[in-house]
Design a protein around this ligand. Sequence first.
Ligand code: SHN
Ligand code: NAI
Length: 223
Amino acid sequence: MIPLYHDFSDATVLVFGGGSVGARKAKRFAAEAEVVVVSPTFDDRFDADDFPAVDRIQAAPSIEDVPEWFDRVEPALVVAATDDGDLNAAVADVAAERDVLVNQTDHAGDRAVGSVVVPATVEDDPVSVAISTGGQSPALSRYLRQQIEAEIENAGAMAELTGQLREDLKASQPPAERREAIREVVRSPSVWKALHSGIAKAEHEATRVMAQDDHGDDGSDAE
Ligand SMILES: C[C@@]1(CC(=O)O)c2cc3[nH]c(cc4nc(cc5[nH]c(cc(n2)[C@H]1CCC(=O)O)[C@@](C)(CC(=O)O)[C@@H]5CCC(=O)O)C(CC(=O)O)=C4CCC(=O)O)c(CCC(=O)O)c3CC(=O)O
Ligand SMILES: NC(=O)C1=CN([C@@H]2O[C@H](COP(=O)(O)OP(=O)(O)OC[C@H]3O[C@@H](n4cnc5c(N)ncnc54)[C@H](O)[C@@H]3O)[C@@H](O)[C@H]2O)C=CC1
């Protein structure tokens, strides 16, 4: 499996199954996509105040009905999250026939060809870190996500700060110097610390660190 980030703007995701797993996946994809959930019953999680807008359709499709739902919703990705293994497998089969991405939630090892795994994700916009164990151990993905969450506090602010610095330096510095300056900033404990007091403080600290670097590192680190 190869990790990729996929843009789901303007795409529709169809979720079969409105249980706890269907709710978790629906919530995840609704951050960007239109989400349609088809299920005879819906978990209480769908009624939570912070649950995003999703289209809930109360129905209990049989295996024969599955293709019709693909016709009706035209999904870019489908999630098979019912508690009926045969139905989940049928959803994966139809997805494969139609070249639609499929996330089969009841399979860890023998996934359908072309299937996708939903990783555990740490987000600090615009930074995101995705973790997968190749389907082997979702509990480990979850644990590692919690560790990394603590580790990358302020990464989003650091991305914004260094993104801005890159733009500014493009006008005045050749690529090698620019690369070394940005590397110094992202490695600097004092800049990370200053981010706690806001982006303006961190900018000031970054400028100081880069000025110091002019007299120090030779920039030969080219990994
Ligand atoms: C293959 C995959 C397919 C997919 O869904 O994409 C899959 C499959 C299965 N999960 C199962 C169980 C659990 N899943 C979780 C949690 C998460 N599961 C997620 C992803 C994935 N789960 C994909 C692989 C990811 C990878 O590569 O590591 C996460 C990361 C993302 C998300 O779902 O949002 C999310 C954590 C999010 C977070 O916290 O950040 C927990 C932990 C808990 O709930 O505390 C348990 C109970 C403990 C355990 O069993 O490990 C079962 C058995 C069901 C049964 O026994 O009936 C199967 C099916 C099977 O194993 O056959
Ligand atoms: N990938 C993951 O992270 C995990 C996957 N699982 C697997 O996911 C599946 C679902 O787990 P839960 O959500 O906990 O189960 P659940 O029992 O809470 O939910 C199942 C849902 O499927 C619906 N459903 C039943 N027949 C249907 C039909 N014909 N069409 C559409 N929906 C239908 C039910 O009404 C219910 O809402 C199980 O197969 C389980 O093995 C379980 C835990 C974690």
